[in-house]
Design a protein. Structure first.
Length: 581
């Protein structure tokens, strides 16, 4: 995730529009490294969250309130004393750093007008919230940093405040061609890395996006770039930075339902992800981290279920491999039957006590075939021995063929559960999967008088042409949409020969010819994406009218059969297919 200088610039642009001339109404410190400041504006109250959390520093305007401790921490009390009813007169970002400065005007004890600065530094584990006077002397900070903790800068009351310049990066808005050339040509990195290590506010992803915009290979060496090309790159670099100065496109990029990244500029590198535009940077950041936290929490809660499925999968895959090996050993069974038949036919020429013989094979143009014999047995007994071996291998083959089919179905079923766990986006999803594993015996059933009620719904998409498409998130939902929601002439989609969701395209009573090809392709893409094959460049999809899909008696949830179908080969890109409201 790139909480870079461009995202900070987007936030500052938003905060200036919302909070300039706002009066501070309330200051709270709900966490040891977090402030929640309520401001009164001409359009109502705004809550501003500033967090210096080492693992997740944040800044955004929020509608949510938080509980505060009964006794306010010292830093919170200090802020209330100095700026409890002050006015925000300026908000700015110095040199595209991940730093936001709030300039605050207030009256001191003598009634004189003073200014103070509240500074949020978004710098990973070095993040901090610092309160200074108008001479940049530190009054206090939410985290104290002594010389024992940092050799670069002390953050203590009375010390002078400055932004450490350990990376010696340049402000991308204040760079001349000579500075641009000197900085890049002194780098031994590739062009994209040279850009983000040379200029403030630019993340690796944005640096790669710049290279695409400037139409130059991002992996090329800076040392190999000619002078005239460098001039052109500088012009395009300046043009790119000017284009995003006050024009931001806050966007969250999703892989399925999982939020993968966010940015305040368009990222063409994420074309395979679903892009969701946000109205403000605050909405982007708050939405992204709340959904990311929810997704992470679901992943953690599903750990036990994943372990149950993984152990069962490994056991059944191992069993499947052994069964295939045993089946292969039965492939030569027919030769023993032939040995027996030839001994019974031509055995009168074989001498008693022989250890081997050569007999004509009437199955192979009477070519001679060598047969090993037990000298202690008669020719007839040797023939019966080979017949016994043949019959035993034949029975083994028949039994193994049935067992292998059952084990294969079990592996596919468990893979479908594993796929459902990957798709799970809520605790209700996990409850449904747990219920299914309990019903199928993978989890021990616990006695309870309380009947479990699950009301989770399948995913509902709208095609570009307005058709409803439903996707089951687990086998219980697969059964529901296939055998309850779908009618006979609706279309059913599924990845070929692999675990995946059932996908139902509601046809509105129309024939196949009346439904646009694009709609069939979008349903196919959803079937490809919500399957274990989603990472493949192309995925083969089977589709058929629902009336031809049958559920065998006694089959596990989600298991169906069909005998005639259409097929398509398609990618798993669902970035242009949207969930229904």
């Amino acid at each position: 995730m790139a909480f870079d200088g461009i995202v900070v610039a987007n936030l500052v642009y938003e905060l200036r529009a919302e909070l300039l001339d706002a009066r501070i109404n309330k200051i709270a410190q709900p966490e040891k490294d977090e402030l929640l400041i309520t401001c009164k504006t001409t359009t109502g109250l705004r809550r501003l969250l500033l967090s210096a959390n080492a693992s997740l520093p944040l800044l955004y305007i929020t509608q949510d309130n938080k509980l505060s401790p009964m006794n306010a921490p010292n830093f919170c009390m200090l802020l209330r004393k100095h700026i409890g009813s002050a006015r925000i007169i300026d908000i700015y970002q110095p040199k595209m750093e991940r730093v936001v400065v709030f300039v605050i005007s207030h009256f001191d004890e003598m009634g004189d007008l003073r200014t103070k600065k509240l500074i949020l530094e978004i710098m990973g584990k070095h993040s901090n919230i610092i309160f200074t006077d108008d001479q940049d002397l530190i009054i206090d900070s939410i985290k104290h940093v002594s010389s024992n903790m940092s050799s670069v800068r002390e953050v203590l009351p009375g010390r002078e405040y400055f932004i450490p310049d350990t990376m010696h990066k340049l402000d991308p808005y204040q760079v001349s061609y000579e500075m641009f050339k000197e900085k890049l040509t002194s780098s031994e990195h590739t062009l994209s890395k040279a850009i983000y290590t040379s200029f403030n506010g630019i993340s690796p992803v944005v640096a790669q996006e710049m290279c695409i915009t400037m139409q130059v290979e991002m992996s090329c060496s800076v040392q190999s770039i000619q002078e005239d090309t460098l001039v052109l790159l500088y012009q395009k670099f300046v043009s790119y930075m000017d284009s995003i100065r006050d024009t931001f496109t806050p966007t969250i990029y999703y892989e399925g339902e999982e939020p993968k990244d966010f940015s305040s500029v368009t990222i063409s590198l994420y074309s395979e992800y679903r892009a969701v535009s946000m109205s403000t940077a605050s909405q982007m950041i708050e939405t992204f981290y709340s959904e990311k936290n929810a997704y992470t929490r679901i992943r953690q809660k599903s750990t036990d279920l994943r372990q149950v499925v993984q152990i069962a999968l490994e056991r059944n895959r191992k069993k499947y491999g052994l069964q295939l090996k045993q089946l292969k050993d039965t492939e030569n069974r027919d030769k023993f039957r032939i040995y027996g038949e030839l001994l019974m036919t031509y055995g009168y020429d074989v001498e008693e006590g022989s250890t081997e013989c050569e007999l004509p094979n009437y199955y192979d143009e009477n070519r001679l075939i060598r047969i090993t014999l037990d000298p202690m047995k008669s020719v007839k007994d040797n023939a019966n021995k080979y017949f016994d071996r043949y019959n035993k291998l034949k029975r083994t083959c028949e039994a193994l063929t049935e067992l292998i089919e059952g084990t294969k179905d079990e592996v596919l079923y468990l893979e479908s559960i594993a796929n459902a766990l990957e798709m799970a986006g809520s605790e209700q999803d996990l409850e449904e999967i747990k219920e299914e594993l309990t019903d199928t015996g993978y989890i021990k059933k616990r006695f309870t008088n309380k009947k479990r009620k699950i009301h989770n719904q399948p995913l509902h998409y709208k095609s570009s042409d307005g058709y409803d498409i439903y996707v089951g998130k687990n086998n219980l939902q697969n059964d529901k949409i296939t055998f309850e929601l779908a009618t006979g002439n609706d279309w059913w989609f599924h990845v070929k020969g692999a675990a995946g969701s059932h996908v139902i395209l509601k046809c509105k009573g129309q024939s196949q010819e009346e439904i646009p090809t694009r709609t069939f392709e979008e349903a196919g893409r959803l079937a490809a994406y919500y399957s274990s094959m989603r990472k493949n460049e192309k995925v083969e999809i089977d589709y058929i009218e629902k009336k031809h899909v049958k559920r065998p008696k006694g089959a596990k949830p989600g298991f169906v059969v069909y005998y005639t179908n259409f097929s398509m080969v398609i990618d798993a890109d669902i970035s242009q297919i949207y969930l229904a409201e």
